[in-house]
Design a protein around this ligand. Structure first.
Ligand SMILES: [Fe+2]
Ligand SMILES: [Fe+2]
Length: 264
């Protein structure tokens, strides 16, 4: 039996010391073989410290992807490079966006990528939503709306390419495949307080490039694919294909917690 714990959007940077220690304690008490983390752990200027603290404290392997908040006040490329360094420093840490398929059990594999809201679902052009991403992340700031959209699409495409390179191998080799990502890959997975995102919000909370890739690849294999995502801080489940289930997990600021424990 392999015990996996899933947590997303833990936003440790808004937690005080005792709240952070409480979360690490919850993870340790769960006696996990692996902790899977779905991104939005901190911001660029504190994530190295917070992620190191977490890795040292939870006493289990940590498989993670990063979320949009993790790049605030810095750059996507800089934080991803830091994540690579951290994984060299701590052998129990695995950054799935830069990894091939990882075996969980002989029948179960896991892949992952941060994903990126690519503005392709809903109506980006008329949406008035102005995410902090567009001011506080180097790769997206300083552009007009349409120019920025091209950069958002490029980030989404990069996530999809990583999955094109890893998901087929996982679906071929394992009966059950888990895919960890931050951004919901379909509108049906983009829950907010029990409803699906509308045209105004969906562009900023879904990654169509990843969604299309998942649907296309999963259709070629009999294996089951479970996708775990977050980002909206609201929960829901959808089944976009007979062998795909997408779980979107909720979160609350200042209340990091395990959303799910799997016994595989
Ligand atoms: Fe979040
Ligand atoms: Fe997020």
């Amino acid at each position: 039996m392999t015990r996996i714990g899933w947590a997303t959007d833990i936003h440790l940077s808004v937690c005080d010391e005792s709240t952070r220690q409480g979360f690490y304690n919850e993870v340790r008490s769960a006696k996990l073989d692996q902790l899977w983390l779905g991104g939005d752990i901190g911001e660029a200027d504190n994530i190295e410290t917070l992620l190191s603290e977490l890795i040292i404290s939870v006493e289990t392997r940590v498989y993670f992807v990063l979320g949009n908040h993790d790049f605030y006040f810095g750059s996507i490329s800089g934080v991803r490079a830091m994540a690579d360094q951290l994984c060299k420093q701590y052998e129990e840490a695995v950054y799935l966006s830069h990894c091939r398929v990882r075996e969980v059990t002989p029948k179960i594999g896991v892949v992952g990528h941060d994903g990126w809201a690519d503005g392709r679902i809903g109506d980006y052009e008329t949406s008035m939503v102005m995410m902090h991403d567009y001011r506080h992340i180097e790769e997206l700031s300083g552009y007009g709306k349409l120019e920025r959209w091209e950069h958002m699409k490029a980030q989404g495409d990069q996530a999809a390419r990583h999955l094109e390179n890893t998901l087929p191998e996982a679906m071929e080799k394992y009966e059950e495949v888990y895919l960890l990502t931050h951004v919901p890959p379909l509108r049906e997975a983009c829950w907010y307080e029990g409803n699906i995102a509308n045209d105004e919000w969906a562009p900023h909370f879904t990654c169509k490039a990843v969604g299309d890739t998942i649907l296309e690849i999963a259709a070629k294999y009999p294996s089951n694919l479970s996708v775990f995502c977050g980002h909206t801080h609201s929960s829901g489940v959808c089944h976009p294909a007979p062998n795909i289930t997408i779980y979107t997990y909720g979160a609350e600021y200042e209340k990091p917690r395990l959303s799910k424990i799997l016994e595989l």
